[in-house]
Design a protein around this ligand. Structure first.
Ligand code: UTP
Length: 476
């Protein structure tokens, strides 16, 4: 329907007719592409969301009813480790769980020109984030003796390149039937000043991925929920592509989730200071919630228990076990995953068609967050992990103090050095090491494979086939 008048009738009531500004000079095919993009946009919803931009959620009122967080702390781990791991491994062997990595973000802070999953993060191997995650899935498959699936969420910004990359590399050994790639939806960005859509081309409205919370809807649309049902999968182990230390299919974490009868379980790290910039997991009226650091009132951030520890202590690292039933309910309940508004810089065309690169945030983007599922879980569980073992996200450009490529690589080296030195291997001060999950998936396996008293004096990559010395000068 390339009828301009028909489009104007639809756009007019929402004050969005300006997106047809260049209509007269568009070719027929460009008109078709703009018209089909406009057909996908829910203008009433955009209007509603923009109208609520000034609403301030009263987190103080919620937090007044805060109760101690029911959590499995690091100190409780040893006691539960064996039973949880065995329960988790049995569920994996029975094909009841799948891994899911969300990889639809635009990675603007990192400034890498490809999807973040293609970043060669391996400190010595230069393996990409995707390869590391796939190797964990394969290593866990081997351990439990069953093929385990990996679901990958992309977005229009990352989809084509991700598919091409995984295909070109034969999915790093993952069987084709165990890889399910699905693409999330988008939301238009609007001008912060007046709520009008922004054009980023004469025939295209500026859009961005609709947040990691767009996952359940995208999974439903793509047939992924049916695929989960067909395979009898009841639990998703969810993580983010930028954390190479994420436990892709950790039997222990899955086992805790099952033993406690949870519907959603979330890994957290203990905050070092009240001001840490993390999502804070809190418990209110028996339900878990995440309160973003920017929403956490200072008087609650500073609250301390009798022993001096922070009351709001748990920072989410976005690693969750989520029951498929909960995902299904969230698709039908539109309130379950509300849109959050963020002020961002979005380049756009001005009235004369000139491209403007605004120096400061000019637009509002709408995103859903997966952690909003937490209060909808009939039972939630919080599991504390050690960030040195489980959380080292690649967010920032080279040269940044934290979360940069170098910072992440150093954290990976520190962890793998620790596995080997705990196993009795003697490492020279300067010997960087990196371990493939296909050589050792965890510290215990590294210990089983290492000879006590063995020496590592040069940088060494423990590849799937065994240790290989690496010349650091050859690395870019
Ligand atoms: P971030 O919020 O850190 O965003 O995403 P990002 O795209 O990686 O980086 P910036 O903020 O633009 O610099 C956390 C995780 O959620 C995924 C990302 O791919 C990353 O794994 N994500 C984010 C999605 O899959 N879809 C989205 O719409 C947003």
């Amino acid at each position: 329907m390339n009828d301009r008048d028909e489009l104007l009738n639809r756009l007019g009531p929402f004050g969005q007719s300006h997106v047809l500004r260049f209509w007269d000079r568009l070719s027929e095919s460009h008109r078709t592409s703009l018209a089909s993009q406009l057909a996908r946009i829910d203008f009433a919803e955009i209007s509603r969301l923009y109208a609520r931009r000034g609403d301030v959620a009263d987190f103080g009122r919620l937090l007044e009813r805060m109760e101690p967080l029911p959590a499995i702390r690091l100190a409780d781990r040893a006691e539960l480790a064996a039973e949880a791991s065995s329960v988790g491994l049995s569920a994996l062997a029975a094909g009841r769980a799948a891994a899911m990595v969300v990889a639809g973000g635009q990675g603007t802070r990192l400034g890498f020109e490809h999807p973040k999953g293609l970043f060669p993060i391996g400190p010595l191997s230069r393996r990409t984030l995707f390869q590391i995650h796939v190797e964990k899935v394969l290593a866990t498959s081997r351990r439990c003796g069953a093929g385990l699936p990996l679901f990958v969420m992309t977005s229009p910004a990352t989809d084509a390149e991700t598919r091409e990359f995984l295909a070109r590399n034969d999915r790093f050994g993952l069987p084709a039937e165990d890889l399910f790639i699905f693409c999330q939806g988008t939301m238009p960005a609007v001008s912060a000043a007046d709520g009008r859509l922004l054009l980023d081309a004469e025939d295209h409205v500026a859009e961005s991925p609709d947040g990691h919370g767009g996952m359940p809807a995208a999974l439903a649309r793509s047939g992924g929920l049916d695929e989960l049902a067909r395979r009898g999968i009841e639990h998703i182990l969810y993580f983010q592509v930028d954390n190479p230390l994420a436990a892709a299919l950790d039997p222990w974490f899955l086992g805790l989730h099952l033993l406690r009868g949870a519907e959603m379980s979330s890994q957290v790290v203990a905050k070092r200071s009240p001001e840490d910039r993390v999502g804070n997991v809190v418990s209110v009226d028996g339900r878990l919630h995440v309160v973003e650091y920017s929403d956490l009132p200072d008087e609650f951030a500073q609250l301390r228990s009798a022993d001096g520890s922070l009351m709001v202590w748990a920072g989410s690292i976005a690693v969750h076990v989520i029951n498929v039933d909960l995902l299904r309910r969230s698709v039908t309940d539109r309130q379950a995953l509300p849109f959050h508004l963020a002020h961002k810089r979005v380049p756009f065309l001005d009235d004369e068609g000139r491209r403007i690169d605004p120096p400061a945030p000019n637009a509002i983007k709408f995103e859903r967050f997966i952690f909003d599922l937490m209060p909808h879980a009939r039972k939630g569980l919080v599991v504390e992990v050690d960030p040195a073992e489980a959380f080292s996200p690649l967010k920032n450009a080279p040269g940044s103090a934290t979360d940069s490529p170098q910072w992440v690589r150093e954290r990976m080296i520190d962890l793998h050095r620790r596995w080997l030195s705990d196993a009795g291997v003697r490492l020279s001060e300067t010997a960087a090491v990196e371990i493939s999950p296909l050589w050792a998936l965890d510290a215990d396996e590294a210990a089983r494979k290492s000879a006590r008293g063995a020496r590592v004096v040069r940088p060494t990559y423990f590849s799937p086939d065994g240790p290989v010395e690496v010349d650091p000068a050859a690395l870019s």
